[in-house]
Design a protein around this ligand. Structure first.
Ligand code: IVH
Length: 678
């Protein structure tokens, strides 16, 4: 039986609850605790003891956060004011159009005042407070009716159980916000699930939603969830005049608010803040997929009203996406120029960051096994910059049971030759010396932009010329005749002439380009450039020893052996001599011949992220010119990351690897072109 609570005990309980809630706010919202964990626990235990002794628990007691029994189902909750969705804007232009619409609707030429804040990628929640006490928490549902998840939301420590810290407490208020999970927590959760053999969450949003929509609150309690409040629904007893004023009130009332909220006068400022958020998001511990722009004045918001489901007074600007979800239709083996067979996923086309993606590399069969990728699977695909899209993970919840692991090829899908897997290698390789796939890939590589740069010799034309027997080796490119081309279906007078001209032009080339074009195993653009710096001409490489090459700084054993093998093969030397006799002229502007130019960046590897004040190509050329090397991805061997405006995920990667980051200005300083050094 509950005992009657003596007034002094009730007072002590009230004090303990007040103090504990305040310390919870210091810890979970402000991230700046003022007492130790032990002290907190001591107060908590004292409260718990009194509650048990007197059989009485205050409505805002922190002990109510945990221990609620599991439910059978969620009750339905009707929202007093519907929870709307947002119109999307995919470009700055779209945002300007939104502003134009707002002004047209209001019939004004004056600048509008907006607020701009990050768009949280989680689960929308409504918190209802009556007389300042948390009464209910509900999901958005269909916008009109959601589910009662009060027990679960209570377990989130940053959710205030009572409105405190403000003078006026509204009679009743619906506060809206997003429940989300930090990236680190999401990754830890998935690691744990993987170990237990449980299905993984595709992204932090699904993890947050899955954690809130749990019938057992102890599961929600075990996930570290956060809240950011950004909106108000129905309210009685207090009047707010603007979003800015409301956010200020929320902060005072100890609610967690978005990491950035800015007041922006006019659309130019709005776009500046959007850029600021896009830049800042790299440092956020959570995922943001955009910024929400809202007309600040509530009076104007009311005047603008609602379309069907979206308000006219707000818009969500979406940052260019890097990931998308789609289904694998097929997994096909693709044969590269060195015979390596790569599994490629044929996808249901999906738009990611403004580009349609319909294929994605799966790297190798070990990777397929590791990620348990099957034909028919729904997968998360990521594309970063110009890199070939890759499959991040499988969404196993979407499996129907009909998904099948792809077969490992036992013979080359193109020429039927044997397939081998060398000791210690993950790749399968076709051993067919005349495998058409390999030959065509070699020709295409030879003609590609960074190699001989022959426009018009892409995949399709190479296939055509190969199938007609006009080109069986890249040497044959220089034997092409216009008359032969004119007999082919894809060529007319002009296109044939263009190709012949392009072939002609490519005859004057540099040693670096030519070495790269040859497609020597392991020799990429950079290694080719290094070789060109150290060898005056092609002939200087004939019969070169592996040691001589390995002696060049940054050249590994593998490359050295491969280059030496290539130039020791009489067949290869004959090919090179044939090319020369067909009119190839190779110059070598990269050759250093022992003379040391001023090369302040010698041996340094740079990566660039974001927009620089000068075109990227120009910056890259300058770095290479001064002895440095530009790579596309950050790794441990990166010396410097040059950070421009709106940097990408490379910045985070660099930070996590402890790679030095510099600005464009600092780069100029390094090479003696900076302002401080002129
Ligand atoms: S305001 C009518 N502000 O985005 C305006 N929503 O696509 C209602 N969201 O359902 C929302 N961050 O779940 C607003 N700073 C933010 C937001 C935000 C995330 C979510 C919210 C909403 C969805 C609409």
């Amino acid at each position: 039986m509950p005992r009657k609570v003596p007034p002094e005990i009730r007072q002590e309980m009230e004090r303990l609850v007040r103090e504990l809630n305040y310390h919870c706010y210091r810890y979970y919202v402000l991230d700046s605790p003022v007492i130790s964990d032990e002290e907190y626990d001591r107060l908590f235990l004292r409260l718990k003891k009194l509650e048990e002794e007197y059989g009485f628990v205050l409505p805002d007691s922190p002990t109510r956060r945990v221990g609620a029994p599991p439910l059978d189902k969620f009750e339905k909750v009707r929202h007093t004011e519907p929870m709307l969705s947002l119109d999307n804007a995919f470009s700055h232009e779209d945002v300007r159009e939104f502003d134009a619409r707002v002004r047209r609707f209001l019939g004004t030429d004056e600048e509008i005042e907006y607020t701009v804040e990050p768009k949280y990628d989680g689960l929308a929640i409504e918190l209802t407070y009556r007389e300042g006490i948390l009464l209910r928490a509900s999901t958005r549902g269909d916008g009109y009716v959601g589910e009662d998840v009060t027990q679960n939301i209570r377990t989130i420590r940053s959710v205030p159980l009572k409105i405190e810290g403000v003078g006026e407490v509204p009679e009743e208020i619906d506060i809206r916000g997003e429940v989300y999970m930090d990236i680190e927590e999401f990754e830890a959760l998935n690691r744990e699930r993987e170990q237990k053999g449980e299905p993984l969450f595709a992204n932090p949003r699904n993890a947050a939603a899955g954690s809130v929509r749990q019938l057992d609150p102890s599961i929600t309690a075990s996930r570290r969830l956060h809240l950011a409040c950004y909106g108000v629904g129905s309210v009685k007893g207090v009047a707010f005049r603007s979003q800015w004023e409301f956010i200020g009130w929320l902060g005072k009332a100890r609610f967690p608010v978005p990491a950035i909220v800015r007041l922006a006068q006019g659309i130019d400022r709005v776009i500046a803040v959007i850029k600021e958020i896009e830049e800042a998001r790299q440092g956020f511990p959570f995922e943001t997929d955009g910024a929400v722009v809202k007309v600040n004045d509530f009076e104007l918001q009311r005047a603008l009203g609602v379309k069907t489901r979206e308000p006219r007074w707000a818009v969500a600007y979406k940052f260019p996406a890097h990931q998308g979800t789609t289904r694998i239709r097929e997994i096909i083996p693709s044969v590269g120029r060195t015979g390596v067979i790569t599994p490629v996923a044929v996808l249901e086309p999906v738009r990611i960051g403004g580009v349609t993606v319909s294929r994605s590399t799966l790297h190798n069969w070990d990777e397929i096994e590791r990620k348990d990728i099957r034909v028919g699977d729904t997968v998360v695909v990521e594309r970063a910059g110009d890199v070939i899209p890759h499959v991040v993970m499988v969404i196993k919840e979407k499996r129907t049971g009909r998904e099948r692991p792809p077969a490992v090829p036992d013979k080359c899908p193109v020429c039927g030759a044997r397939v081998v897997r060398e000791e210690g290698e993950v790749a399968f390789r076709c051993v067919g010396i005349n495998c058409p796939a390999q030959v065509q890939e070699r020709i295409r590589h030879f003609a590609s932009r960074a190699a001989m740069d022959i426009e018009g010799l892409g995949e399709k034309n190479v296939e055509l010329l190969y199938s007609r027997g006009l080109i069986r080796h890249f040497v044959d490119i220089y034997r092409l005749k216009k008359e032969d081309l004119l007999e082919l279906p894809r060529f007319a007078e002009k296109s044939a002439q263009n190709l012949i001209d392009a072939v002609q032009r490519s005859k004057k080339t540099t040693l670096a380009r030519f070495l790269y074009a040859l497609g020597i195993l392991h020799v990429g653009e950079y290694a080719a450039k290094l070789l060109a710096r150290h060898f005056r001409g092609l002939e200087d490489l004939y019969n070169v020893s592996p040691d001589r090459i390995a002696g060049i700084k940054q050249m590994g054993e593998k490359i050295a052996r491969s280059v030496s093998d290539f130039f020791s093969d009489p067949e290869n030397i004959r090919t090179l001599e044939t090319l020369k006799s067909l009119g190839l002229e190779i110059s070598n502007p990269d050759f250093e011949g022992g003379r040391k130019k001023g090369r302040p960046l010698e041996g340094l590897t740079f990566v660039i992220t974001g927009t620089l004040p000068r075109p990227r190509r120009e910056v890259e050329a300058m770095i290479e010119d001064l002895g440095g090397h530009v790579s596309s991805a950050v790794s441990r061997s990166t010396d410097c990351l040059i950070v421009g405006e709106s940097p990408g995920s490379k910045l985070e990667k660099a930070r996590s690897l402890g790679v030095r980051t510099i600005s464009y200005g600092e780069l100029l300083d390094m090479v003696g072109k900076g302002r401080s050094s002129t």
